[in-house]
Design a protein around this ligand. Structure first.
Ligand SMILES: Cc1cc2nc3c(=O)[nH]c(=O)nc-3n(C[C@H](O)[C@H](O)[C@H](O)COP(=O)(O)OP(=O)(O)OC[C@H]3O[C@@H](n4cnc5c(N)ncnc54)[C@H](O)[C@@H]3O)c2cc1C
Length: 417
């Protein structure tokens, strides 16, 4: 092949008129959105840069606020078969090895919130969503498509991939995660890093370090660190996440968050925590980032969803839950206002931004509380936590009791948006 024809082939690009809604990113947020929009009668094309739809990482906690939506999406039964239903959420002192607080997730929790709290392997959740997308005639999946740019055009929006091929649709929903390039069109900001690092991994349940809370979601907390453990995949695997604040980062050292620093930081913990930590995978780590809440997610026919819109720390286990809530809310708004996507997006963000902003900022405060090094704050925190009854749901009502499918905003008329 001559050099000339190679160049010609490179510039030969195609334009596809899809007539559909175009979703950028096929993670939990993107696939939930695809499914929800299909349920609302929309054709959806989902662009994913990876060569297959898959999740990296280990377990995921899903509160009843998200499980309710997954049921509405028709995937609850399939997910239940691979999930684990923990008995309690337990906060433990990582150094003194004692219970600080318990939230019972049993019958009264389910009755109160209408849905259970469940934990699942990320890939199990993604597989269930993916299968439902494949089963839907309305969802068109495009792995191996890296979106380079999105733009508004008269009466629609365009997605341009890195090979130059472009796709024209009714609107774009960017679910491309924390590092979303589309977000930069709408708001200029950068992810915020405070030097926290996570190590995580799963192991066969038989190899888990023995302790009395194996059926629970446990969070061991201590100064500048926490350690989360829970069973996943029907209880066959045990998921562990160790998070700590890197003092090397705070000192401005170039190499930080290493396995050596992890073990050094956790050396103050109770023997049971240190023993369990030996099973953590140290070949990879995740630097924790979030961003400030922003007042607008939309530019014309382009909007944001999931981590692209509201990345948050995982300390309240709500990042994916909020992406799933977004999907339901977006679909309801689109159903109400089709074909006026701009109005639908206005209603969607009007409904979602207050909620996700509150969660983003609450997670930061919760992080400060669980990681505090201040002796007075520790005493106050532990006293307050130990005075809460396990079936007192008032503190979590606003998180788990929220139903995006019943929000008053979805009953608004177009004139009020
Ligand atoms: C350690 C840890 C533990 C967590 N635990 C929980 C928990 O227990 N419960 C919970 O609810 N949340 C949890 N979270 C948060 C949760 O993982 C995220 O909020 C969630 O995965 C966000 O989903 P998303 O689809 O918005 O983004 P992502 O998962 O980041 O997906 C974005 C997708 O877009 C694709 N993409 C990116 N750019 C492009 C492009 N240009 N073109 C095409 N495709 C593109 C990516 O490949 C990816 O597939 C945790 C997070 C961490 C780090």
């Amino acid at each position: 092949m001559s050099g000339k024809s190679t160049v010609e082939e490179r510039v030969k690009t195609t334009t596809t008129q899809t007539g559909a809604l175009l979703v950028v990113g096929g993670g939990i947020g993107g696939l939930s959105a695809g499914l929800a929009l299909a349920r609302a009668g929309q054709d959806v094309w989902v662009f994913e840069k990876a060569h297959e739809f898959r999740e990296i990482g280990a377990g995921l906690q899903l509160g009843p606020n998200a499980v309710r939506v997954l049921d509405w999406l028709g995937v609850y039964d399939a997910l239940s078969e691979v999930a684990f239903f923990p008995h309690r959420l337990v906060l433990l002192d990582a150094i003194a090895e004692r219970e600080l607080g318990v939230l019972d997730l049993g019958e009264s929790f389910r009755a109160h919130f209408g849905y259970p709290y469940l934990v699942a392997h990320r890939s199990d959740l993604l597989d269930v969503l993916l299968q439902a997308c494949k089963d839907s005639e309305r969802v068109h999946l495009l792995p191996n498509h890296t979106v380079e740019r999105v733009e508004n055009i008269p009466g629609g929006a365009r997605v341009v991939c890195d090979n130059g091929n472009e796709f024209i649709g009714k609107a774009v929903i960017a679910a491309d995660g924390l590092w979303s390039a589309t977000r930069g069109l709408i708001h200029k900001d950068d992810p915020v890093c405070k030097g926290y690092v996570a190590y995580r991994g799963t192991l066969p349940i038989e190899q888990a370090t023995e302790h009395p809370w194996l059926d629970d979601v446990v969070m061991w907390i201590g100064p500048g660190m926490h350690f989360v453990q829970y069973p996943i995949r029907r209880g066959e695997l045990y998921n562990q996440v160790a998070v700590f604040e890197s003092s090397r980062f705070l000192n401005g050292e170039p190499e930080w968050g290493t396995p050596e620093e992890l073990f050094e930081h956790f050396s103050m913990c109770a023997p049971r925590v240190k023993e369990a930590l030996r099973n953590i995978h140290t070949d990879r780590h995740w630097v924790m980032n979030d961003r400030e809440p922003i007042p607008n997610w939309t530019d014309g026919r382009i909007t944001l969803l999931g981590d692209a819109a509201h990345p948050m720390y995982q300390y309240m286990a709500q990042g994916a839950c909020q992406a799933i809530e977004d999907a339901a809310c977006l679909a309801e708004a689109v159903k109400d206002f089709t074909p006026d996507m701009e109005k639908a997006f206005a209603l969607y963000q009007q409904q979602r931004i207050p909620r996700t902003s509150r969660i983003q900022t609450s997670v930061r405060v919760w992080g400060d509380i669980i990681h505090t090094r201040d002796a007075t704050a520790v005493l106050l925190r532990n006293t307050i936590l130990s005075n809460r009854a396990p079936d007192d749901f008032q503190y979590v009502e606003w998180i788990y009791g929220f139903n995006p499918l019943q929000s008053p905003a979805t009953t608004q008329t177009a004139d009020t948006v």
